[in-house]
Design a protein around this ligand. Structure first.
Ligand SMILES: Nc1nc2c(ncn2[C@@H]2O[C@H](COP(=O)(O)OP(=O)(O)OP(=O)(O)O)[C@@H](O)[C@H]2O)c(=O)[nH]1
Ligand SMILES: [Mg+2]
Ligand SMILES: [Zn+2]
Length: 297
């Protein structure tokens, strides 16, 4: 992985280079951690504008300043479509994306579908954390649908489920993502008690989160592994992919693929479509199919 800092040669006896990992980003500056675990601020060169939390980088030390000169090869990047198709990186080199949902604020299920499509594409492991279970009795909305699809769901609240969550976090780089106010930072604070990052109650008038966390920050977990706490999102649209690529993100389509009349069927208006038939037979949920249609419009 990262190399130790070393002298870059005789021309500039004070210049040092080395590798590190981006812990957080604030505009053109980042916080990064060297392999020896020391955190520094660094200036990012303009051409590296898409640098993001989790990136492995090369730095150069000039005097007492650090400049980031290169983004090292990425394993993957979690990307969303920001404005009219513009991609925006959320994090890089992720092993596991943890979508946090809660009874309050109420879950946007279509956003969960969209996130799962993007996670499938990375690829990275997907984990659903159903938080604030103290606020509901048993069954929550359409969550069972995701369980039947085979997604792993962990139930947590401030006082329970944390041991199970820790097992899934161990020795991986994970990111918490989800709507504002679902409790991502609260969970992070419980996992790493010394950080005490700010959290805020839902707005009384709307029952929505108040967008408390403004920058993604990566933390080292005491048991090994890393967790990135990210700002709440209002919506999540995957990058514009070729339509065929969206299909594999709806994992329940898999058994019916290649059974449509047309080999390049988009499962919209085509005749003899096995996916549409499966929706009619209730083998694929109408709700999930609608999410698929919305993505492939
Ligand atoms: N009842 C209950 N409330 C919780 C639980 N976890 C967090 N909360 C509350 O939910 C509110 C929002 O928590 P945060 O941790 O700030 O949520 P967040 O997901 O980080 O929000 P953003 O940073 O805005 O994305 C706070 O008032 C927390 O105290 C829980 O398990 N049960
Ligand atoms: Mg937060
Ligand atoms: Zn079809």
């Amino acid at each position: 992985m990262a190399k130790r800092p070393h002298s870059s040669g005789v021309d500039n006896a004070h210049a040092e280079t080395g590798d590190g990992v981006v812990v957080s980003r604030f505009g053109s500056e980042i916080l990064f951690e060297t392999e020896s675990g020391i955190t520094h601020r660094g200036k990012v060169r303009r051409k590296l504008a898409d640098i993001v939390c989790g990136d492995f980088v090369r730095y150069e030390k000039i005097g007492s300043d650090y400049a980031i000169t290169k983004i090292l090869k990425r394993k993957n990047t979690l990307v969303r479509q920001y404005f009219r198709g513009t991609p925006r990186n959320i994090a890089a080199n992720i092993d596991q994306v943890i979508v946090v949902i809660a009874p309050a604020p109420a879950t946007d299920w279509q956003m969960l579908d969209n996130l799962l499509v993007s996670i499938h594409r990375l690829p990275a492991e997907a984990l659903i954390v159903f938080n604030k279970t103290d606020l509901v009795d048993k069954n929550y909305g359409t969550l069972n649908e995701f369980k039947s699809l085979g997604y792993t769901i962990i139930k947590t609240n401030k006082d329970s489920g944390l041991a199970e969550l820790k097992k899934h976090l161990k020795n991986k780089t994970s990111i918490f993502i989800g709507q504002s106010g679902v409790g991502k930072t609260t969970l992070t604070n419980i996992l790493i008690p010394e950080i005490n990052a700010p959290t805020k109650a839902l707005s009384e008038s709307s029952d929505h989160g108040q967008h408390t966390t403004s920058n993604s920050i990566m933390y080292q977990l005491p048991e090994g592994g890393k967790i990135i706490d990210s700002p709440g999102i209002r919506d999540f649209t995957p990058l514009p992919l070729e339509k065929a690529l969206y299909q594999s993100g709806f994992i329940e389509f898999e058994p019916f693929m290649n059974q449509c009349r047309f080999h390049n069927c988009l499962h919209r208006n085509e005749p003899n479509c096995a996916i549409k038939q499966a929706v009619e037979n209730k083998e694929i949920s109408q709700r999930r199919y609608q999410s698929y249609l919305a993505l492939t419009e």
